[in-house]
Ligand binder design. Structure first.
Ligand SMILES: [Zn+2]
Length: 237
C-alpha cells in the first residue's frame, strides 16, 4: 500500500473547519496562530491517509477532520506528525468484533497492517467530554505515536531514547499501584501493560493536566518531554 508520508496538497474545506469549531473544544480554544498551524498540519495528515468508513459507517469530510484532530493536537510539539506507518484509518459505527483478540473493540491499532481503527460512537463520547480523562482517539493515537517512534523509517526516533528510558523507569514503578489502588489517578486499564500505561496516561495528560501534574508531577513532567508540550501551562495562559 502506498504510504510514504508524501505531503499530498490538501486544504481543509469550510465544513471541516466548522466541524472543528463546533465539535472539537481544543480547536475553538486555540489562538488564531495556533489554529493556522493546526489546520495546515491536519490537511497534510488527512492527505497522507486513506480514511474509510466500514460496516456501514457513512463518511463525510467533516468526519475525517474530527477523527484526525486529536493526532494533530497530540503532536503539535513534535516536528514529525504524519505517522506514516499508519496509512489507513478505519471508522466503524460502533464497537466491533476483532478477529485478532476475539473481543469487542471500540478502537485498535493494527501494527502489522498499519491501520488505526475507531468506533464512531465511542470516538464521539471521547472528544465530547474533554475533561473526564477518557478519550478513545487520544488512546489509539498515543499507541500509534509510540510505535511510530520505534519504526525504522524517516519519522522514527522523534522521542529521545533517554527520555523514553526515564519514562519507562517511572512507569514500571507506578504500574503496580495503578492495578492495586482503584483510587489511583490513572484508570485501572493503564496497569494492563506498559503500552496501555502510555495510552491511558496520555488520555489523562491531555484531558486533566492540572490534576495530573498535582498528583503525579514526575510522570506528568516526563510526558511533557515526550510530547514536547505542557497542557497544564496552556490552561493558565
Ligand atoms: Zn490500548
Amino acid at each position: 500500500m502506498e504510504n510514504n508520508g508524501n505531503l499530498t496538497p490538501y486544504t481543509l474545506n469550510d465544513s471541516q473547519i466548522t466541524a472543528l469549531e463546533q465539535h472539537y473544544g481544543p480547536f475553538s480554544a486555540m489562538s488564531e496562530a495556533h489554529k493556522q498551524t493546526f489546520i495546515k498540519r491536519l490537511g497534510h495528515f488527512i492527505g497522507s491517509k486513506r480514511i474509510v468508513g466500514v460496516e456501514g459507517q457513512e463518511m463525510f469530510t467533516a468526519i475525517e477532520a474530527l477523527v484526525c484532530a486529536e493526532a494533530i493536537r497530540m503532536t503539535m510539539g513534535l516536528s514529525h506528525y504524519l505517522l506514516p506507518h499508519f496509512s489507513v484509518i478505519m471508522v466503524y459505527p460502533k464497537a466491533y468484533y476483532s478477529f485478532v483478540t476475539g473481543l469487542e473493540h471500540a478502537g485498535e491499532v493494527d501494527l502489522r497492517r498499519g491501520v488505526i481503527k475507531l468506533a464512531w460512537v465511542d470516538f464521539g463520547t471521547g472528544i465530547g467530554d474533554q475533561t473526564d480523562g477518557r478519550n478513545l482517539a487520544i488512546h489509539e493515537f498515543a499507541h500509534a505515536i509510540f510505535f511510530q517512534n520505534l519504526m525504522k523509517d524517516r519519522e522514527a526516533g522523534y522521542i529521545s531514547g533517554q527520555v523514553l528510558a526515564e519514562w519507562k523507569a517511572i512507569a514500571m514503578r507506578e504500574m503496580p499501584d495503578v492495578v492495586d489502588n482503584e483510587e489511583h489517578f490513572i484508570r485501572e486499564y493503564g496497569g494492563t501493560n506498559i503500552d496501555e500505561f502510555f495510552a491511558v496516561s496520555s488520555e489523562h495528560f491531555f484531558e486533566q493536566p492540572d490534576q495530573f501534574k498535582a498528583e503525579h508531577p514526575e510522570l506528568y513532567n516526563i510526558l511533557t518531554k515526550i510530547y514536547k508540550q505542557d497542557p497544564a501551562a496552556r490552561t493558565h495562559s
